[in-house]
Design a protein around this ligand. Structure first.
Ligand SMILES: Nc1nc2c(c(=O)[nH]1)N[C@H]1C(S)=C(S)[C@@H](COP(=O)(O)OP(=O)(O)OC[C@H]3O[C@@H](n4cnc5c(=O)[nH]c(N)nc54)[C@H](O)[C@@H]3O)O[C@H]1N2
Ligand SMILES: Nc1nc2c(c(=O)[nH]1)N[C@H]1C(S)=C(S)[C@@H](COP(=O)(O)OP(=O)(O)OC[C@H]3O[C@@H](n4cnc5c(=O)[nH]c(N)nc54)[C@H](O)[C@@H]3O)O[C@H]1N2
Ligand code: SF4
Ligand SMILES: [Mo]
Length: 657
């Protein structure tokens, strides 16, 4: 029996699990869920239960590398840290001198949800340099904007309270895959008599276990929400609220018959859903991020989030709505990120990276520093992203655990530590516990943490502001020094002792929120790239949904064979397959005017006719150079400037036909 350490899963997942790590001689040998954590409850998802396969994978990056081949070829030689950091500092300085500091672009996202490794020394570094500022929109900004429009805050029903619900609606939420620690609360609620309903265009594992599964057309949720409001108002199931005239008027337009035409859900099912939702109390909606990755996604979230305001569900324990809990973690981000260190700078939307690298001028992007993200795999408009990364005059640095698809294009690649190997402070977006983790295992090879790397780079650039000498603990204390009541009484010492501490968030976090009931912006129009839209003049009749994989997490597990197999599959309805001469297991080409990707057909009952589904997170390098993001436009959402991954029209044919 080895030594027991504690850690926190840093992956981009609402659950933010507390982990018990068994170690031997500095090496982690087993990971388990912490039984003391109220949401982790002693178990991990299958991905992270086996995380050590990734942690100690033979391809784990252990040393700094310098490119020796052409961009994209992934030919490198090993170099020292000194040589790597000197090169980077020299190239960033020369780009800033010749083109101005805004020619440097940082690119990072959710590789880790730790405050320190996710956004502290790195932000200070780029702010001080005067680099372009990245708008981090790739995941949740449309939904976030929808919620802010509706309530001005981003809080939701705590997961523990789902046990008190009598009606649970999982709306664009594949709980078993992406939020599995909510599941035990749902199981318990159902044991006590709750009804569990799923709204998802795909018959996911979660949908297959529901009491009722409704499959709307992708991107049509705003119409469905308005149809539900119509019935709630018409049948006296919605409260009379001040200032709701325009919302009532808007909802009046969306009769169940109109909503049925727009969503593909039968009018009588819309009536029944509204009646159940309006009468079985407490009712809670778990909305996840599936809905907002579409052209009307932000306003769809706004409309859905208003349903509990109409029925009064926010006022009931076990009722309400959860998209995210992240708005509660109001640490002192200014102190962590220090935007005051440099001049104001232009912003670049990360969803438009392909255009930023190939079209942006004044100044052009001359240096790109990527960490905590893998844009060559996960960004839309992949052809432009790859073309940009291939530019000979672009200097690219990638900091990662692996030579992933973006690193294949890099001039310098730096080896980073994983969450098991560094200190961090964690927020969650699916519960209200703030957590601290200390290193549980020794970093292999020469891996260094993001904090350490950006600290060294700052010194090499000659940035002598004292904040670049801050230790991890200094920064945790600065982050906790917030004036938010949510953080009152939470100190580093207390986190050290208790590891996870519940924020001071009221039991009914949204009971006093004042909803914005303006119905004017809520008109629904089908997405351009949808069966009712005008995209491609009907030449590509299938709607592609590239939602989250079970065994992978974004592209982070793309080196594992079972994830490669899962993400290579294209789910099709038997009628669509038969019409195209496609049988289960056949190699197929998925294509539109933007390109073509090879997949393996899985013919079955998970999708309705006209919809195909491929799990996201495949490594382009394992798929002939591109994944489904080659087919996906960089059209932005209605609000929030987010991507529209789940509105994509394609056609499918057998390979070689
Ligand atoms: N196993 C696993 N877990 C993950 C991730 C992962 O890659 N794998 N990724 C993490 C990340 S980054 C995030 S943001 C979260 C996301 O977590 P989720 O939002 O739960 O994941 P998604 O698969 O994006 O979307 C959820 C469901 O929405 C459905 N959907 C797609 N389009 C629509 C639509 O128009 N309307 C409706 N009603 N439903 C729709 C999809 O079919 C999918 O089943 O998960 C995190 N957890
Ligand atoms: N088609 C399609 N595209 C999608 C999505 C989809 O559902 N479908 N989902 C979108 C969403 S919701 C998201 S959030 C994005 C996710 O996209 P990304 O945020 O790019 O997520 P990953 O691809 O997993 O890349 C995270 C990277 O961070 C690295 N990393 C982890 N920890 C550390 C660390 O401490 N230091 C450093 N330096 N690196 C670290 C990992 O090794 C990994 O390579 O993808 C988006 N793209
Ligand atoms: S459920 Fe989410 S937070 Fe928990 S171990 Fe898995 S990926 Fe990490
Ligand atoms: Mo995400």
């Amino acid at each position: 029996m080895g030594e027991i350490r504690h850690s926190v899963c840093a992956l981009d997942c609402p659950d933010c699990c507390a982990i018990v790590v068994e170690t031997e001689n500095g090496r982690a040998v087993r990971l388990k869920g912490d039984p003391a954590h109220p949401v982790t409850q002693g178990f991990l998802c299958p991905k992270v239960a086996r995380y050590l396969e990734r942690e100690y994978h033979p391809q784990r990056l252990l040393h700094p590398l310098r490119r020796t081949g052409a961009k994209g070829e992934a030919r490198f030689e090993k170099i020292s840290w000194d040589a790597a950091l000197d090169t980077i500092a020299a190239r960033l300085k020369s780009a800033a001198a010749e083109f101005g500091p805004e020619s440097v672009l940082p690119y990072s996202y959710g590789g880790t949800l730790g405050f320190l490794q996710g956004g502290s020394m790195d932000r200070r570094f780029f702010h001080r340099l005067g680099a372009s500022r990245l708008e981090r929109t790739i995941c949740a900004s449309a939904g976030g904007a929808g919620l802010m429009e509706a309530y001005g805050r981003r809080l939701g029903t705590p997961p523990e309270d789902f046990v008190h619900a009598r009606y649970i609606l999982a709306w664009g939420a594949n709980i078993l895959a992406t939020n599995v620690h909510l599941w035990p609360f749902i199981v318990e609620a159902r044991r006590r008599g709750a009804r569990f309903v799923v709204i998802d265009p795909v018959r996911t594992k979660t949908a297959a276990l529901a009491d009722w599964h409704l499959a709307p057309y992708p991107g049509s949720d705003l119409a469905l929400a308005l149809g539900l409001m119509h019935v709630l108002y018409a049948e006296g199931l919605a409260r009379r609220l001040d200032g709701d005239d325009s919302l009532r008027a808007r909802a009046a337009e969306y009769t169940p018959e109109t909503a049925a035409r727009l969503t593909g859900i039968e009018a009588h099912d819309i009536r029944r859903l509204a009646r159940e939702y309006g009468t079985m109390r407490p009712a809670v909606i778990r909305l996840n991020y599936g809905v907002q990755r579409s052209e009307r996604g932000g306003r769809a979230v706004r409309a859905i989030s208003l349903l509990p305001a109409l029925t009064g569900a926010w006022q009931e324990r076990g009722g309400g709505f959860q998209l995210t809990t992240s708005g509660a973690f109001q640490v002192n981000r200014e102190a962590l990120e220090r935007p005051d260190l440099g001049p104001p700078a232009r912003t670049v939307n990360m969803t438009l990276l392909g255009r930023a690298l190939t079209e942006l001028d004044g100044p052009p992007v001359q240096a790109l520093v990527v960490y905590n993200s893998n844009p060559a795999a996960i960004a839309p408009n992949q052809a432009a992203v790859h073309a940009g990364l291939r530019r000979e005059d672009l200097f690219t640095v990638v900091i990662d655990h692996f030579v992933n698809d973006t690193a294949r294009f890099a001039d310098i690649v730096l080896p980073a530590t994983t969450f098991l190997e560094h200190t961090d402070l964690y927020f969650a977006y699916g519960h209200y516990y703030l957590q601290l983790a200390r290193p549980a295992a020794a970093p292999p090879g020469e891996c260094k943490s993001n904090v350490e790397i950006f600290r060294s780079l700052a010194h090499r650039m000659g940035f002598d502001d004292p904040c670049f000498d801050d230790s991890e603990d200094d920064m945790i204390r600065q982050a906790l020094a917030s004036d938010s009541p949510h953080l009152e009484g939470i100190t580093l010492e207390r986190l050290e002792r208790e590891r996870f501490v519940r924020l001071n968030v009221p039991e009914l976090p949204m009971a006093d929120a004042r909803p914005n009931l303006d119905g004017a912006p809520l008109a629904y129009e089908p997405p351009v790239e949808s069966r009712l839209g005008a995209g491609f003049d009907g030449r590509f009749p299938l709607e592609l949904v590239s939602s989250k994989a079970h065994d992978g997490l974004n592209s982070s597990f793309g080196m594992l064979e079972r994830v490669q197999a899962e993400t290579a599959a294209l789910e099709m309805h038997p009628d669509d397959a038969a019409r195209r001469g496609i049988r289960d297991g056949m190699a197929v080409e998925v294509f539109n005017d933007r390109g073509s990707v090879r997949c393996t057909a899985r013919v079955g009952g998970t999708v309705r006719p006209g919809v195909v589904r491929a799990a996201s997170g495949r490594w382009p390098s394992e798929a002939g150079g591109a994944n489904v993001n080659l087919l996906i436009a960089d059209r932005l959402t209605d609000i929030g400037g987010g991507p529209t991954f789940y509105n994509c029209l394609v056609e499918v044919r057998p390979c070689g036909s």
